[in-house]
Design a protein around this ligand. Structure first.
Ligand SMILES: Nc1ncnc2c1ncn2[C@@H]1O[C@H](COP(=O)(O)OP(=O)(O)O)[C@@H](O)[C@H]1O
Ligand SMILES: [Mg+2]
Length: 397
């Protein structure tokens, strides 16, 4: 409900009388910010005549960037074209003269509501981004390689905004795998549990491509101790506001960071390789996820290094783990070479069988076809079947 900032109690009643029932008054800009923090669906802030012009304009400028869906309406005892011009420049949506027209504030608040609904899309429903966690209880199985390539495939050539979060907090290597040199990382968010929002996080992201950005892991392992589960969950929630998909790379254990990501996760990609110790650990991990009710019905098994020669068939893996394989990537020297050169295979060789497997995984995660640029499906050919058989026909190295 609308909030009005006014310290003079005599001015409040007539203004509240022109605003919708349930509108609320606060005495200061600080109180207004506290109100906004707790009311994510607020659409208008009315700054009463008691708020000085400079303070009001500063507040409007701040909200213009940080909360673009909140309109600022300025009420003045009198005003001139100079005030109007400065107000508009600061992002004030409407200026109303107190006592001039007793419906002017009502109309301004209504207009703010219309704008808010338009910005939130049809039906006022805002689509929040989905968290996709890439997990395996084993190290070195290809989690980071899969996270990076899946994130790139999910951008669908710029159609979706994707953020890749490196939650392998001690030894994260997303940045190096993509040859990025972050100036900021999650480290700069330490201690900001109560103030994390999208605007703040945007300052910490490193851009890879227009539609893919990365929140890098700290440069030093000891910083991990200072990154709390609360901070991680608030970061993931804030990122949902600005991205279609948030892909999370994890460390190979159920540590606090991984468990928090799994708690927030909508889709979970579990990476396994065809060796008995890994399969045993993945089995235990799946049982743990069952106990914790994590991503039931939203799990996707990615077989990495799925090579024929090793003596364990895909069917055997499916029966051991009790779930179907969503996609499989063979051992390919091109993948290792891509890691070493910092050019992920999905960007570098989108038609490579491994890239196709990542696009296929992206389709499984989104429930929509995601195919390599320039492939037959993009040229109007029928959409490829999503049956598991697609990746059984040939080996993809
Ligand atoms: N299918 C594959 N074929 C060849 N090399 C691979 C494949 N998958 C991963 N690798 C290589 O294995 C190494 C470890 O992979 P990585 O993704 O860092 O594993 P994790 O994150 O699980 O520790 C990297 O050098 C990567 O290039
Ligand atoms: Mg890794």
């Amino acid at each position: 409900m609308p909030v009005i900032v006014e310290a003079d109690s005599a001015s409040i009643a007539p203004l509240l009388g022109q605003m919708p029932t349930g509108s609320h008054s606060v005495a200061s800009i600080d109180r207004m910010h506290a109100w906004l923090d707790q009311h994510a669906d607020e659409y208008v802030v009315v700054l009463g005549p008691g708020v000085g012009l400079a303070t009001a304009l500063e507040c409007a400028e701040d909200l213009r960037i940080k909360r673009p869906t909140v309109s600022v309406v300025l009420v003045r005892e009198h005003f001139d074209t100079d005030v109007l011009a400065r107000s508009m420049h600061a992002g004030v949506r409407d200026v109303v003269v107190a006592g001039n027209d007793d419906k002017a504030l009502t109309r301004a608040v209504e207009r703010a509501h219309q704008l808010y609904q338009a910005l939130r899309g049809p039906g006022g429903v805002r689509q929040l981004g989905r968290v996709v966690t890439v997990f395996s209880p084993k190290g070195g199985v290809g989690k980071t390689t899969s996270s990076v390539n899946l994130a790139l495939a999910l951008t669908d050539r710029g159609a979706r905004k994707v953020c890749l979060v490196d939650l392998d907090l001690a030894f994260g290597d997303v940045a190096i795998t993509m040859q990025l040199f972050p100036t900021h990382s999650i480290e700069q968010a330490v201690g900001s549990e109560d103030s994390v929002d999208l605007a703040m996080l945007e300052g910490l992201l490193t851009r890879h491509e227009d539609s893919l950005t990365v929140l890098a892991a700290p440069a030093h392992p000891d910083v991990r101790e200072r990154i709390t589960p609360l901070l991680i969950s608030r970061i993931l929630r804030a990122l949902r506001d600005g991205f279609d998909y948030i892909v999370v790379d994890t460390s190979p254990s159920f540590d606090d960071a991984t468990l928090t990501a799994l708690d927030e996760t909508d889709e979970c990609v579990i990476v396994a390789t065809l060796d008995v110790p890994t399969l045993k650990n993945v089995k235990v991990a799946l049982e743990t996820m069952d106990m914790l009710s994590i991503a039931r019905g939203h799990r996707h098994l990615l077989l990495n290094r799925a090579d024929d020669e090793v003596g364990i068939s895909v069917e055997k893996v499916e029966s051991i783990l009790g779930m179907p394989v969503s996609s499989q990537v063979a051992t390919a020297v091109d993948i290792a070479a891509s890691t070493n050169s910092g050019t992920p295979i999905v960007s570098h060789k989108p038609h490579h069988a491994a890239s196709q497997a990542y696009f296929h995984l992206a389709s499984a995660v989104t429930g929509e076809p995601v195919v390599a640029p320039g492939s037959a499906a993009h040229a109007g050919a029928p959409e490829p079947t999503r049956s598991r058989g697609l990746f059984r026909r040939g080996r993809n190295s």
